[in-house]
Design a protein around this ligand. Structure first.
Ligand code: ASP
Length: 310
């Protein structure tokens, strides 16, 4: 049951995480070949069900499915009966009747993928649920860090920004801690969920101190769409205290890498010169996204004993 879906990182064991990452290596190579397609999921159907905006995640799931030879169908809330008031359960029951093998779902409600998993025989992949988790983002981040640093164990990773509203921060905190990194989270107190220390992270509200000696600086987007109230006086003030520019970057290790899940608010949480600078691996994260999502589709929907490339 637990291996049938990918709903969160919190309940995933370390061995399974490493399996996702190792399998993604195989598909990373496939994506750099001249012919970027393998027959692995021929005859399988993947439905991308996106109730929230997405550029990278939706596109890379689609490309991942196509590179594995699956049939991929995209459903978004604006072009579907969801905009006519259909419930999530009815949408899922109807899609279920078409016998998909995988449902990839993004939804603004935390827990929506877990609910869907109870009402379908397909494998369910959480592509981001509310402020809860975004497991494939954390896997692609870990994949990128591992490729850049060799290993994740004992690295100092500083995650900075709107931690309260960030499913990326939550999934990463779980995953990086499981793989032995030392995770720091940093942001204004108003953007820090109470009890976050329970995830085993160190909490900072001074960005320069949080960045000191870090191997990885992971920036988060200010999520205006999830803020019920204004949690910071102005974007300018936020940027002055928590935006990543050259001054704070210099506090980290000289070979530190800079990450951001996208979409970026340039000039708010990150300066363009850092986002586009030599330490940035932001586009490597995007490339890793396809490989990690191929690995996820293969591990959930491939036949038992089937090899990744045939
Ligand atoms: N794209 C990521 C997500 O969907 C990060 C973000 O939107 O800030 O959670």
């Amino acid at each position: 049951m637990t291996n049938k879906h990918l709903l969160d990182i919190e309940t995933l064991d370390t061995q399974r995480i490493v399996q996702f990452l190792d399998t993604a290596e195989v598909f990373f190579d496939v994506s750099r070949r001249k012919v970027r397609k393998v027959p692995t999921l021929r005859g399988k159907t993947v439905i991308n069900l996106f109730f929230e905006a997405s550029t990278r995640t939706r596109t890379s799931f689609e490309i991942a499915g196509k590179r594995l030879s699956a049939d991929v169908v995209n459903v978004s809330s604006s072009g579907s009966s969801v905009s006519k008031g259909e419930t999530l359960l009815d949408t899922v029951k109807n899609l279920e009747a078409m016998r998909p093998d995988v449902l990839v779902i993004r939804h603004s409600s935390s827990g929506a993928p877990h609910f869907v998993a109870k009402h379908t025989t397909a494998s369910v992949i959480n592509a981001g649920d509310g402020t809860h988790e975004h497991p494939t983002q954390a896997l692609l981040d870990a994949f990128t860090i591992r490729r850049s640093k060799g290993s994740i164990r004992d690295l100092v990773v500083t995650i900075t920004g709107d931690v309260t509203h960030s499913r990326v921060a939550r999934s990463n905190a779980h995953l990086l801690a499981k793989l032995g990194a030392r995770v720091r989270v940093c942001g204004p107190r108003t953007m820090m969920p109470p009890g976050i220390e329970r995830l085993g992270v160190e909490v900072f509200d001074d960005f320069a101190r949080a960045a000191e000696g870090a191997d990885v600086l992971m920036m988060l987007r200010i999520q205006r769409e999830r803020m019920g109230e204004v949690l910071f006086p102005t974007a300018r003030e936020y940027s002055r205290q928590f935006g990543l520019g050259k001054r704070v970057l210099a506090m980290a290790k000289p070979d530190a890498i800079v990450m951001h899940p996208g979409p970026m608010n340039r000039g708010v949480e990150i300066d363009p010169e850092v986002a586009d600078g030599p330490q940035s691996v932001i586009l490597d994260q995007v490339e890793a996204g396809v490989a990690v999502r191929m690995a996820t589709l293969y591990l959930l929907a491939g036949e038992a004993g089937q090899s990744p490339l045939s």
